[in-house]
Ligand binder design. Structure first.
Ligand code: SF4
Ligand code: SF4
Length: 137
């Protein structure tokens, strides 16, 4: 089973076509739409999670690209607002991989972006809303 978040960008001519319906019906894919920006007569974009058997997944992507849809993997990252962070340390308790950690003896909270799993726990836990998930597209 493949499970991947992707960004679709498509022209105004494709906005009214039943692309999602065909992905589900013809390629047996599960589609979870995360964000949609669709305006009649303008370019559209969709961020969605696609899951299915590898062959179906690849065929579904080829179908989209054949229509002229630009398909890119979604990149997500977590960022810290250094101005907001008070180095209280609360996030270091919830981070499952030690990407947020207390530096001693300075007692400043460090953030190792390379270790981050983008689980989002620190985002909901931070009392000052200093952590945020950025969606790349
Ligand atoms: S919980 Fe928020 S304010 Fe506290 S150290 Fe972590 S990012 Fe900074
Ligand atoms: S998103 Fe998850 S893994 Fe990344 S820093 Fe926050 S708690 Fe740690």
């Amino acid at each position: 089973m493949v499970n991947q978040k992707v960004v679709l960008k498509f022209s105004a001519a494709l906005v009214e076509q039943p692309i999602i319906y065909r992905l589900i019906k013809n390629y047996d894919l599960m589609v979870n739409i995360i964000k949609a920006e669709i305006n009649p007569r303008r370019e559209g974009s969709l961020i969605m999670e696609l899951s299915g058997q590898p062959d179906n997944f690849q065929s579904g992507i080829s179908f989209l690209e054949g229509l002229g849809v630009v398909v890119e993997p979604l990149s997500q990252t977590v960022v810290r607002d250094e101005e907001r962070c008070s180095h209280c340390g609360a996030c270091t308790v919830v981070c499952p991989v030690g990407a947020l950690y207390m530096n001693r003896p300075s007692m400043e909270v460090g953030f190792d972006n390379e270790k981050c799993l983008v689980c989002g726990l620190c985002v909901s836990y931070c009392p000052l809303k200093a952590m945020d998930v950025k969606w790349g597209d």
